[in-house]
Design a protein around this ligand. Sequence first.
Ligand code: NAD
Length: 484
Amino acid sequence: MSCVRLKNYFDGTWTESASPDTLPVTNPATGEVIAQVPLSTTEEVGRAVEAARLAFEDWRQTPPYARARCMFRLKNLMEARFEDLARTVVEEHGKIIDEARGEVRRGIENVEVAAGVPSLMMGYNMEDVSQGIDEECVYQPAGVFCCVAPFNFPFMVPLWFMPYAVACGNTYIVKPSEQCPMSQNMLFELLDEADFPPGVVNLINGDKVAVNALLEHPGVVGLSFVGSTPVGKALYAKAAAQGKRAQCQSGAKNCLVVMPDAELEPTVAAIMTSAFGTAGQRCLAGALVVAVGAVHDALTERIVQAAARIRVGNGLDERVQMGPLSSRRAMERVLGYIEKGEAEGAKLLLDGRGVKVEGYPRGFFVGPTIFSGVMPEMAIGREEIFGPVLGIIQAQDFDEALEIVNASPYGNAGSLFTSRGKYAREFRYWARLGNIGINIGIAAPIASFPFSGMKESFFGDLHGQGRDAIEFFTDRKVVISRWF
Ligand code: NAD
């Protein structure tokens, strides 16, 4: 892949940014710079918003069936480029090709669900709310929305939002992660081909300058953010102060609770994909195993054995099971946490430092790493590491395990492994978590369900995907009529 300077896309045109500032996009397996991403200016953001605002006037009046047809065209184009999209995700992010295929598939599924907008957006009515008076509720698009995306699912995350927003008749601006902007760039090539009218879908590359310009622009009505908790929390407050609606999906520290009655073999397999899939860089990743009672020793032994067998390498190699961290900075942060865990007195059972991958001396690789004896109050027990580092905590019984889960400031996801329905019900009832797995390692909601999250993992009320997205991207108008 040659080292291109990426462009912005607005008003139906690919436009070179005038900004002199760029950042390199690096393939984390090879260490090679594959593109330069421009850091767009406030003025450029303003032009994108104006294009989206103008386009909104016609697009909102375009019949939902016609808007849905654009989604069908987009879906077909995505299917045709499926493998290219997945490879691009691997090259910009580092995850393994099968995980990238899963990401692209989920992105497409969101387009498929959004294509159902002619039924999803229907309102409701009631006759004779008082004699001779009828009342109806209509759903209307609200204007220009934007998405600020993270690096870890660079292709999929904007598709949790944009298809629904646009299908509902809004216009849209995506600000991809400046670290992994390549697959969004390719998506916008397909959006261009899909013949959306100019200004309906727009792409602005950049960093926080572009984000602040979007939030401060009076023409933007709402924000969908996915990223770290400090940024999500700050942007939520900023959006509210500007009178904009916002949904900010944020960080996580997810527990996998294993009861003594769990089936160990599938449990260990699920823990492997949960903790080490995408090199632990998923907001749904299992970061802590809470081993309840007598299961601790046998479980720990099996986890270490299975993790030690994981093949680390370039994600484009189909045999590889875990890729690199997505950047040098991420790798250094993870290495710092491993040192911290040792200093805090946790027991390092498997050390992923210094892993060598033949042929890739400049890659940002850290192998699977496991600590036992982790306490919830340790930094490695409470902070989001976002890497292939799994901590094992011992709990006496189910109640203590549940307390550990609920004491976390985060509430994104968590799983229980058990063969007893009673514990499963208690967990699903009491755990303050948005996404819950029962004998499932990664509780990732499919496109027609909301991608939930609670506490410090989510700021807002309506979530991305499914029906929540339709509610978020519309205004409800109530009309009460009497005819004389
Ligand atoms: P990040 O917060 O660093 O960046 C996310 C986006 O915010 C980027 O587009 C970036 O340009 C922008 N940004 C960063 N700092 C900003 C600032 N000060 N002002 C305005 N904008 C700013 O997150 P990341 O490192 O790209 O992504 C990893 C994080 O995302 C993890 O914490 C992970 O848990 C979280 N995440 C959450 C979910 C979820 O659904 N809850 C899903 C995926 C990732």
